[in-house]
Design a protein around this ligand. Structure first.
Ligand SMILES: [Zn+2]
Length: 437
């Protein structure tokens, strides 16, 4: 298990007696995970061409990937998966034998291409389906020996309203995405374990994973507003909005990424979400007729995202670890199973922030913080429109065993339908791939 530097520094700061207590807790993992409270100070400063709260990328970490990817492999991943149109040209220049990438020190990073395709996997903590030990065809434990993380999206509970993943139309029924994703995660975990996997959840409660709180971002939010020419004293609402955004949308995900990449190091992450369409006032939400499903793989970086050194670095890491092909292959099989389980049609993006990925009409490449920061293949699910009336009714009924009549159809509880669809997709993907190893 690789232990991060920030994690180690927590230990050094503690006296011997406390270390014993901490070790006891660590040994009981994953029930109790210790999260370092402080951000490196640089990450709270506003820096040119570095995203908010992102660490300055250490480009030397890409050195082990010299001569591991061919010109054609690199160019194809960059231009057809990761870049929205020609956006890549803002940060990368490709020649026959190397690529130059802009860096924050102005010196640039040069990646030398391999002359021919490598026959072994590049340096990475995760294993693709083809690298896992073979299993017998028809085995009832096709996930044997695998590590899987379930990441229930958002926080839910008392945080749901502030994180804007909450609405209520009937007194006594609150629709809270973060509470629902946790409910699905808890149904899914034992199913994956039964199939042989070791399963970790990024959270087990409706509380944040990070130890930081919105108030910790007051100064950073004020600095940010100043950097875009706004006086934070005269824009209190904007200040609160930016502060909360840094906490919910950025720091919380960064802490989960740290857990995943430095502690759990899984072969696969399953990010669970429920989709929604604009509902307006959360106390008088609009219902929509539409209900749909899609899955997201990482890709389609815009021009402004490509220009950010931290995002470009994350993208380079994903290209060099060859994450995309495994991520898309797994997502495609899970999409098929989820489409069968839910009967939902595919959602289609209209804008330029997403493009189709692979062969499934359900799978789209889009650059989200979670699927960019999680280094391993990430299956990111967006089934059900929470403010569709039938979905609302099913959420209101809650979880139950077996099937019940809903609008004239016999249906499982929405939570079990979701969990069963994911479990079957993951089972099918690895059973098929590993049988041939
Ligand atoms: Zn969500």
């Amino acid at each position: 298990m690789k232990v991060s530097r920030s994690f180690a520094s927590v230990f050094i700061a503690l006296n011997a007696a406390t270390v014993v207590v901490v070790l006891v807790i660590v040994l009981q993992w994953p029930a109790q995970v210790i999260i370092p409270k402080e951000q490196p100070p640089a990450a709270l400063e506003i820096r040119e061409r570095i995203g908010l709260l992102a660490p300055d990328p250490d480009w030397s970490e890409l050195e082990p990937y010299q001569d591991t990817i061919t010109h054609d492999e690199f160019e194809s991943a960059l231009t057809s998966v990761y870049s929205a149109g020609d956006a890549w040209k803002a940060a990368v220049r490709i020649s026959d034998t190397y690529a130059d990438v802009d860096t924050q020190d102005g010196k640039g990073f040069r990646l030398r291409f391999a002359a021919r395709q490598a026959d072994k996997a590049p340096k990475r903590y995760w294993r693709g389906a083809s690298e896992l030990p073979s299993i017998k065809a028809g085995s009832d434990r096709p996930l044997q020996g695998m590590r899987i993380v379930i990441d229930p999206g958002h926080i839910g509970g008392k945080w749901a309203q502030k994180e804007e993943r909450w609405y209520s139309i009937v007194k006594g029924t609150e629709v809270m995405e973060g509470t629902m994703t946790l409910q699905v995660a808890k149904l899914l975990k034992p199913q994956l374990e039964k199939l042989g996997a070791t399963v970790f959840l990024t959270r087990e409660t409706t509380e944040p994973v990070t130890n930081m709180r919105p108030a910790d971002f007051e100064e950073a939010a004020a600095n940010y507003l100043q950097s875009i020419g706004k006086d934070p004293q005269r824009n209190k609402r904007a200040l609160e909005f930016e502060r909360d955004k840094m906490f919910f949308r950025t720091q919380e995900i960064r802490t989960r990424a740290w857990l995943i990449n430095d502690i759990f190091q899984p072969d696969l992450v399953l990010c669970l979400h429920f989709n929604a369409e604009s509902w307006g006032n959360p106390r008088k939400p609009k219902f929509v007729d539409r209900n749909h499903l899609h899955l997201i793989v990482n890709g389609t970086y815009s021009l402004s995202e490509m220009r950010l050194h931290d995002q470009c670095f994350d993208m380079m890491q994903r290209i060099l670890q060859k994450t995309h092909s495994e991520e898309t292959a797994a997502s495609t099989v899970v999409a098929k199973s989820m489409a069968e389980a839910t009967g939902l049609p595919a959602f289609r993006y209209g804008g330029s922030n997403a493009q189709p990925a692979g062969d499934s009409e359900y799978v789209w490449a889009r650059n989200l913080l979670a699927n960019r920061l999680y280094d391993c293949p990430t299956v990111f699910l967006e089934p059900y429109v929470m403010n569709n009336e039938e979905v609302h009714d099913r959420i209101r009924i809650g979880d139950y065993e077996g099937k019940r009549p809903i609008n004239g159809r016999m249906l499982k509880s929405i939570f079990r339908e979701y969990a069963d669809g994911v479990a079957e997709g993951v089972r099918a993907y690895y059973a098929d791939q590993r049988a041939g190893n």
